[in-house]
Design a protein around this ligand. Structure first.
Ligand code: BGC
Length: 381
């Protein structure tokens, strides 16, 4: 009788030590079921936590950042990203892309078509005359494989998706890995890598809709943004870049100094009307002055009321700031909250939209033998 009891108690002790050392590091990761898709595929949720009360939940459907809990200046926690409580919410509202991993091609491709080495390719049109976010069944609608990732000072999860040659019209079998990681500095980092077996084009991003006052707690017009971007890429009426790289100075696109989203959103300016014909809005690509230096601050948003403060760092040359212009109070999200017009902002780090058709833009081509990488960090102060 003595021996089994001894074994049990030493097992208990070692379990306790494991828990304590996880606490000492301050970081932990939890894995649970998140329901099933309409065709019965099981979806998992991974929650990454640190000791400052930040919790990031990622689901294997769409590689979606489903929830991001961040304390405010008084320590009150709230979820700062829009989303749904179940898989059906994501499947029924496929065109909002809440929190999704976007691929193969973030933002628009004019006419859904491009040429590579003299051959034309056609992506399904899912945004008027253009293709958006990789066509009608992009990476946001795929089920990813997930595995916890291990790295000193970070807790993370790596998602993997293999896209078949010709999927959504894109050439090459493409293997993509996306690692979400959290550390004790309140940095949520997203690292992407991809390889192909044929020349192709690629532009990956994350489509989180942030509201620093908490998702579903009104609009973001009083939140104050700084974009370290002296230029942007003006668009035509279908939001395809004209090819010009224009200065922001003297336009409502000037966020070089801290400026509330609402300050100029209703200004009379043709670009704002292209983004949202009735009331105006932002939905443009800014050319970052950081030029791919992930060590430099690319953008900054503060909510004066809650005191939440978000900083953006990225290896990408551009960022799409979209102010939820198409939200109209009909989408019901987590905890039954309704997301109003201008109820969030996105910071989609990317190469410029329609790059495959724009000779003046940085190339989005990926060749066999090369590895595509991109890193973006959302840091909460
Ligand atoms: C696009 C918007 C679009 C939104 C949701 C953004 O990246 O730029 O025009 O409405 O995604 O689909």
């Amino acid at each position: 009788m003595m021996q089994p009891r001894f074994i049990l108690s030493s097992l208990g002790l070692s379990l306790m030590i494991a828990t304590l050392s996880a606490h000492a590091a301050g970081l932990s990761s939890e894995h649970s079921a998140f329901g099933t898709t309409a065709d019965g595929t099981a979806i998992d949720k991974y929650t990454l936590s640190n000791s400052h009360g930040v919790h990031a939940s990622i689901i294997t459907y769409g590689g979606v950042l489903q929830s991001l809990i961040v304390p405010d200046k008084n320590g009150k926690a709230d979820d700062v990203v829009l989303g749904f409580d179940d898989v059906a919410g994501y499947q029924k509202n496929g065109t909002v892309y809440f929190g999704a991993t976007i691929g193969r091609f973030g933002n628009r491709i004019a006419g859904g078509t491009f040429k590579l080495d003299g051959k034309s390719y056609q992506i399904p049109l899912n945004d008027g005359p253009n293709s958006l976010h990789g066509g009608s069944q992009g990476f946001d609608k795929r089920v990813w494989k997930a595995e916890p990732s291990k790295e000193k000072d970070w807790v993370g999860v790596t998602l993997t998706y293999v896209s078949a040659d010709g999927e959504m019209g894109f050439p090459g079998k493409l293997e993509t890995h996306v690692t979400y990681s959290l550390n004790e500095k309140n940095e949520l980092r997203i690292k992407y890598s991809a390889t192909t077996d044929k020349p192709t084009v690629l532009n990956l991003t994350n489509h989180s809709y942030f509201n620093l006052a908490g998702a579903g707690n009104g609009d973001i017009l009083k939140q104050v943004a700084t974009l370290h971007a002296s230029h942007y890429t003006p668009v035509n009426a279908t939001l395809i870049p004209t090819g010009e790289i224009a200065p922001v100075v003297g336009t409502p696109m000037d966020f070089l100094k801290p400026t509330a989203f609402g300050k100029n959103i209703k200004a009379v300016h043709p670009q704002l009307k292209f983004a949202e014909a009735k009331q105006g809005g932002y939905d443009f690509n800014w050319v970052l002055d950081t030029k791919g230096n992930v060590g430099k601050l690319a953008a900054d948003v503060r909510d004066p009321e809650s005191g939440r403060h978000l900083q953006l760092f990225t290896t990408e040359p551009g960022v799409q700031l979209y102010t939820g212009n198409f939200l109209d109070g009909t989408v019901v999200g987590k905890a039954g909250k309704v997301y109003p017009h201008w109820g969030a902002f996105t910071l989609e780090t990317q190469h410029y939209p329609d790059a495959p058709n724009q000779p003046k833009f940085l190339s989005t081509r990926l060749d066999p033998g090369k590895v595509y990488t991109q890193t973006t960090v959302f840091k909460f102060l």
